[in-house]
Design a protein around this ligand. Structure first.
Ligand code: NAI
Length: 269
């Protein structure tokens, strides 16, 4: 498939959307922006909800690919998750199908496998094929997104890379993030690889930097051409001094999802 140039970026006003608006144009993309709220400094952005199927159809028309980041990014009531993440992602794929868009990069999450035990040092890394164990309704919606992408590949030939993103922020801020962190620059590298790799069908990958304390297998992401350049380790000493090491026997430290198993951050209900 030729390298996509025009990409619809949903969730453009959000944290990750803002980082990618800064980084992806250097890869040659012409970004079309979409979000439920105005995107600062971007008067041409489409301001619409994922529930607005007409606006979505118009927004995807003529783009080469979609980078789908819009949605509720924390735990919430099931009704809100249903509308934004489950129905919203369905609406996005339907719009892509109707308008003939061939490639989607879909933001999944570590919380799709949140109850999966974190491997101890020296144990095998968690493979992509591990059974999904969502830790929240939010994580469950990401499992739905992955299955929806599979359906749209098998039935309609739309190729998707679902990226189970770890934590993409400027810096890791918790000890858990030392294992999951994806630097913004590596995030752009991975999304670029996912947008341009040939013949992906529906591929699920983990998304993080090449962290010394990695918990999961990055080889499916590397197979797309992703070459991570960063490692969270320079932040380790300070974070561990502040917060202590992860403890065996602490249920909030047991799984990939960390404290989300018992105390997920809540999006306003
Ligand atoms: P965010 O909460 O900062 O941004 C999400 C954006 O989506 C917001 O600008 C919001 O207005 C928009 N949005 C929400 N509901 C919408 C709707 N119904 N219609 C249109 N727009 C809507 O989240 P962030 O951190 O930028 O994450 C982006 C994506 O990546 C999300 O899907 C999130 O679940 C996923 N993700 C992010 C991680 C991270 O480390 N930032 C980790 C794992 C997954």
């Amino acid at each position: 498939m030729p390298a996509p140039r025009t990409v619809l970026l949903t969730g453009a006003a959000g944290g990750l959307g803002t980082l990618m608006r800064g980084l992806l144009p250097a890869y040659g993309y012409d970004l079309r922006l979409f979000d439920a709220v105005p995107v600062e400094g971007e008067p041409d952005a489409v301001v619409a909800d994922l529930a607005d199927t007409g606006a979505l159809r118009e927004a995807v028309r003529g783009v080469d690919a979609v980078l789908h980041l819009a949605g509720i990014s924390l735990e919430s009531g099931f009704d809100k998750i249903l509308r934004a993440n489950i129905e919203g992602t369905y609406n996005l794929f339907e719009a892509a199908r109707a308008e003939g868009v061939r490639r989607v990069v879909n933001a999944s999450s570590n919380h799709a496998v949140g109850y999966t035990p974190r491997p101890a040092p020296g144990e095998p890394l968690v493979p992509v094929a591990t059974p999904r164990r969502p830790d929240t309704f939010y994580g469950l919606s990401k499992c739905f997104g992955e299955d929806l992408a599979q359906l749209y590949w098998d039935k309609h030939g739309i190729e998707t890379v679902s990226v189970r993103i770890g934590s993409c922020f400027e810096k890791p801020t918790t000890v858990r993030m030392l294992s999951l962190w994806m630097s913004p620059a590596d995030g752009a590298r991975l999304f670029h690889a996912a947008l341009t790799a040939g013949e992906v069908g529906h591929t699920v990958v983990y998304g993080s930097s090449a962290n010394t304390r990695l918990w999961w297998d990055l080889s499916p992401a590397r197979a797309l051409g992703y070459e991570p350049q960063d490692d969270s380790e320079p932040y380790a000493a300070e974070l561990i001094a502040e917060q202590g090491e992860l403890e065996d026997g602490n249920p909030d430290h047991a799984g990939i999802g960390g404290p989300w198993v018992s105390d997920p951050p809540i999006w306003p209900r």
